[in-house]
Design a protein around this ligand. Structure first.
Ligand SMILES: *[C@@H]1O[C@H](CO)[C@@H](O)[C@H](O)[C@H]1NC(C)=O
Ligand SMILES: *[C@@H]1O[C@H](CO)[C@@H](O)[C@H](O)[C@H]1NC(C)=O
Ligand SMILES: *[C@@H]1O[C@H](CO)[C@@H](O)[C@H](O)[C@H]1NC(C)=O
Length: 319
């Protein structure tokens, strides 16, 4: 009688466990399709949240972290309403997902005042990979759409020691097969020409019988602390000594390049004796401008800030 009792006890103890497992198994077997649907819906919701909420936010955050550095900008072949732009810059996209992302080509708009029109729209090619991604343009033809915005930019560049502008663009960012729209906004600060402060006449010669009528020529140092190279053209000069008009001159085919560089000047001085007296006494000249011509055409957007220029230029021929 011992064994059946034991068996009964054993059965009494194990039966509920086995039947619970059995019930669950039966339930799962019976409602497996409900579980499957539940799992599929859960994955679907997670994917939707990922694609429509998390990835765009992460992508936008990554794009916000990206940094554009401008190494060089060149303005050449100016006409009254256009120029050729070369740009040497790079975008630092950061690491993590940034290194796997790809941003489709976009148009970047540059504004001094974001409430107004851009002074420049420039195409930016596809950006991908990690670290510094070069963004380069060579002789890109720019048509000046908004002259007021351009005037504001060139005046800021000529007059200010720093210029601030905004860059903005909208594009599609791809992460593998997933894409999302992103906004690229960046505040950029660059050095300006600061009214060409620091100009110095480094050499001069008295000339005679010159084809262009000049009776004086020499070298002038023009500091350019900016990343800009500007083909300024034939810059007309108004030369004065001690507040009196002393002659006119020009900087032939001036291409202002970054750094402290020497450029040729030519001048037609009305009274050479007065001028030589001033130069030997170390009296600084006052230099103004009547604007500039490129290929024989007056370029107003380059001329305007030059025409408001009035700088004291000392003479230092000691080298
Ligand atoms: C130049 O400086 C003036 C005065 O500080 C400022 O109003 C203007 O916005 C500046 N221009 C640029 C392009 O930064
Ligand atoms: C040089 O300037 C004087 C006036 O200061 C003018 O009479 C003369 O015609 C000018 N020479 C040339 C070649 O422009
Ligand atoms: C500046 O004035 C000189 C002399 O009058 C002239 O030859 C030159 O064309 C002028 N330059 C500009 C840009 O108007």
């Amino acid at each position: 009688m011992d064994k059946p009792t034991e068996h009964t006890i054993e059965t009494a103890g194990a039966a509920p466990r086995r039947s619970k497992r059995a019930r669950m198994g039966a339930c799962c077997k019976k409602f497996w399709w409900a579980w499957l649907i539940f799992v599929i819906i859960a994955i679907g919701i997670a994917a939707v949240i990922l694609i429509f909420a998390i990835i765009p936010k992460i992508a936008q955050d990554k794009v916000n972290e990206a940094d554009l550095t401008i190494h060089g900008l060149e303005i050449r072949q100016a006409t009254p309403d256009s120029y050729k732009l070369s740009m040497d810059s790079s975008i630092h996209t950061g690491y993590g997902i940034g290194s796997k992302a790809r941003i489709e080509p976009m148009t970047a708009s540059l504004y001094i005042d974001s409430k107004k029109k851009p002074f420049l729209k420039v195409p930016v090619g596809e950006v991908h990979g990690k670290g510094d991604v070069p963004v380069v343009q060579e002789d890109y033809p720019v048509t000046i759409d908004d002259m007021d915005a351009m005037d504001q930019f060139v005046k800021g560049l000529m007059d200010n020691s720093t210029i601030n502008f905004k860059l903005s663009g909208r594009s599609k960012l791809w992460l593998g097969k997933i894409n999302t729209m992103i906004n690229y906004n960046e505040d950029i600060e660059l050095k300006g020409l600061n009214k060409l402060e620091g100009m110095v006449i480094k050499a001069y010669d008295i000339l005679s019988k010159q084809a262009d009528g000049s009776n004086m020529g020499g070298k002038v140092l023009i500091p350019n602390p900016t990343v800009f190279t500007i083909e300024m053209g034939n810059v007309g000069l108004k030369i004065g000594v001690s507040g009196k008009h002393a002659g006119i001159g020009y900087l032939p085919n001036l291409v202002l390049t970054p750094g402290n560089n020497l450029y040729d000047f030519r001048a037609n001085i009305s009274d050479l004796n007065v001028m030589i007296g001033a130069l030997t006494a170390g009296t600084p000249l006052t230099i103004g401008s009547n604007g500039t011509m490129v290929n024989g055409e007056k370029i107003e957007w380059l001329s305007k800030p030059l025409e408001s220029m009035d700088v004291l230029v000392p003479i230092d021929v000691s080298h």
